[in-house]
Design a protein around this ligand. Structure first.
Ligand code: ASP
Length: 350
């Protein structure tokens, strides 16, 4: 054996190499949805049952996850997100807060259905009390489909959750390679794989092949900077739409049923048919909070732009769509908010 090489050996040679840095620990909380959906055959992308594939099977379909993070799976629910309900929101938010309070977890990924993902994401954005990343993802095609989009969306979501740059940005949605803010993202297609967009504002950044890049910041307060805490009490808030020939019947029925708030999906700049507007003004006089949003899908509703908010006691939702405006109104009412002036401040803030 030639021993001459040993004389030129570096001091570290022959010693145990330093351990590789440990991968981050990411909790993956599954709630159901099409990402966990299964159909009778692989060509069926619409006639399937959502929420039937368990979290272990979802993770098993993505072996590359083991190179990205240490995963802690948890099955929170198995629902089609069209059936999302507030008790499950309470359970989910409380569980995420508990996990993130522990030093053992560095971030959370939530798998969800696409139908109400934007509502759950915004709810979490306002009630999670941690700067650690929380990332929602979903799929448009069931797990059993040809070219299912769930596995790559899941890998990308975990990649984002495990990335240092994702801290402190509020709740994020990783979908089809883009990273969106929970406040802005909406579902914009009933069938396309590219189903989520942040109208007007655009995505925060992108994730691809393990690389994460953020291109803009979130400005409005979220997570640790909000006044909202998750609770089990949800004030009754409903949504109505204004359209040609609409009557006041729905609004009157909601007031009679004892709602605390009504969000209007108005036409254009949150304008409301005269019949419905009178019913809403009557609702305000009975202590019901009324928020004007728009059914248009992008843009914002200007205060007093289309209706005399000051005179009628209405609140403008700004750039929140009706479904997100309802989430904010429920949280504001649960936190004790009352009156158009105080509620307008909440909508101008968040
Ligand atoms: N109905 C499904 C759900 O929201 C749709 C989906 O996930 O794409 O659970």
């Amino acid at each position: 054996m030639n021993t001459s090489t040993s004389s030129s050996a570096t001091p570290s040679e022959g010693k145990t190499p330093p351990p590789l840095p440990l991968l981050r620990r990411i909790a993956v909380l599954a709630t159901g949805g099409t990402i966990a959906g299964a159909a009778a055959d692989a060509t069926n992308t619409s006639g399937y049952q959502a929420g039937v594939v368990g979290v272990d099977q979802l993770l098993g379909a993505v072996p590359a996850l083991s190179g990205v993070a240490r995963i802690q799976p948890e099955q929170i629910a198995s629902v089609d997100s069209k059936d999302m309900a507030m008790p499950l929101w309470t359970t989910l938010a409380q569980r995420i807060n508990a996990l993130l309070a522990s030093d053992d977890i560095d971030g959370v990924v939530v798998t969800h259905g696409t139908d109400t993902l934007e509502e759950t994401a915004y709810l979490l954005h306002l009630t999670i009390k941690s700067a650690k990343p929380v990332v929602l993802t979903a799929a448009m095609r069931p797990a059993s489909a040809l070219s299912a989009d769930g596995p790559l969306n899941l890998l990308n979501a975990v990649t984002v959750a495990a990335h240092e740059a994702s801290r402190g940005r509020g709740v994020l949605v990783a979908f089809n390679n883009r990273i969106h803010s929970a406040r802005d993202v909406v579902k914009t297609s009933t069938y396309a794989v590219d189903a989520f967009h942040s109208p007007e504002i655009g995505a925060l950044g992108w994730v691809q092949d393990g690389r994460v890049e953020f291109q803009r910041s979130v400005v409005r307060p979220h997570t640790v900077a909000t006044e909202f805490v998750i609770g089990a009490k949800w004030p009754h808030v409903e949504i109505v739409a204004s359209y040609a020939g609409v009557s006041r019947i729905t609004v009157d029925a909601l007031v009679a049923a004892g709602v605390r708030g009504i969000v209007v999906a108005g036409t254009g700049n949150g304008s409301i048919h005269a019949s419905m507007q009178q019913a809403l003004a009557d609702a305000v006089s009975q202590g019901v909070a009324v928020v004007r949003s728009s059914r248009v899908g992008s843009g914002h509703v200007m205060r007093n732009g289309a209706a005399a908010d000051d005179a009628l006691g209405f609140v403008s939702a700004g750039s929140l769509n009706p479904y997100k405006a309802r989430v904010l109104l429920m949280l504001a009412l649960a936190a004790g908010g009352t009156g158009a002036v105080a509620l307008q401040k909440v909508f101008d803030t968040y």
